[in-house]
Design a protein around this ligand. Structure first.
Ligand code: ZN
Length: 275
């Protein structure tokens, strides 16, 4: 398998360098040859999507995705409608910053069964789909590790994301493979191949799963720091026909506390060595 030699496929999520504002992130990513940026909503909160879109356009960097929509399930119809409205707003923002993709953390409600939540997720996606098509932004279902099944996502395996994307069967709906969430999945290789074959492999997120993990949410590791077989997964993803960016998404109190310039250097080094 080819070794990663440069940063031409490297994308960094703004949440990874959370202490930096959008402009600072853009400056430093570009200075260091990072070729793509995925923009988290909090990064454009203050200036708004229009202004953020203009700012990003002035840099030689590609917008890979806008993160994140979703959270469709709720026991009340009113809340489900609110989620749909909110997602439409996010799609408008994604379009304003020229993001081709909205990542969906699809949600889950502990007050109902996972099956019911999944049904509401699919209904939610189907109801925002025409709007997504009208603004030209695709929708990517990101399966989340089962430790979040009660709260953040009732879609916990790539198999489930594949099932849902295939059931919706629209060019604008696909899946995200985030190694943190699916590295453990039985049959992952097969599901990645299936995802690519059906044209549903929209994005690829990388980091590492530390052992032990001190915080389920905010203790993600840098590539090479944990137990994920990143090189094999990349091989499967590439074999499945994926030619997009490798997006570094690391939530980490540990790394947010350190000097972000040094952190970005570490990211690039570990990306080349371990991804
Ligand atoms: Zn992710």
């Amino acid at each position: 398998m080819s070794k990663i030699k440069d940063t031409s496929k490297l994308c960094v999520h703004t949440i990874t360098t959370k202490p930096w504002g959008l402009e600072e992130a853009l400056d430093n990513y570009c200075k260091n040859g990072v070729a793509g940026i995925s923009v988290w909503q909090n990064a454009i909160d203050k200036m708004g999507a229009k202004k953020a879109g203009k700012l990003i356009k002035s840099y030689p960097i590609e917008v890979v995705s806008y993160v994140r929509g979703g959270f469709f399930p709720a026991t009340s119809k009113k809340k489900r409608q609110q989620a749909i409205d909110h997602n439409k707003q996010l799609l408008e923002e994604a379009a304003a910053i020229n993001a081709p993709l909205l990542v969906l953390v699809v949600g889950s409600s502990p007050e109902q069964s996972l099956e019911k939540s999944r049904k509401q997720i699919q209904e939610g996606i189907e109801s925002i789909l025409p709007f997504a098509q009208s603004v030209g932004v695709k929708l990517a279902i990101e399966p989340l590790h089962p430790m979040y099944a009660h709260s953040r996502s009732a879609v916990n395996t790539l198999k489930q994301a594949n099932d849902m994307a295939e059931s919706i069967n629209e060019e604008f709906v696909g899946a995200v493979i985030d190694v943190y969430h699916v590295w453990w999945e039985e049959g992952l290789k097969k599901e990645i191949a299936r995802c690519g074959k059906n044209g549903n492999l929209f994005a690829y997120h990388i980091c590492d799963f530390k052992a032990p993990l001190e915080d389920f949410l905010n203790d993600r590791g840098l590539m090479g720091e944990g137990c994920i077989d990143l090189k094999s997964i990349r091989k499967w993803v590439e074999k499945a026909g994926f030619k997009g960016f490798h997006e570094v998404e690391i939530f980490s109190h540990r790394y947010w506390e350190m000097n972000q310039h040094q952190f970005l250097n570490k990211i690039i080094k570990s990306y080349k060595e371990f991804s």
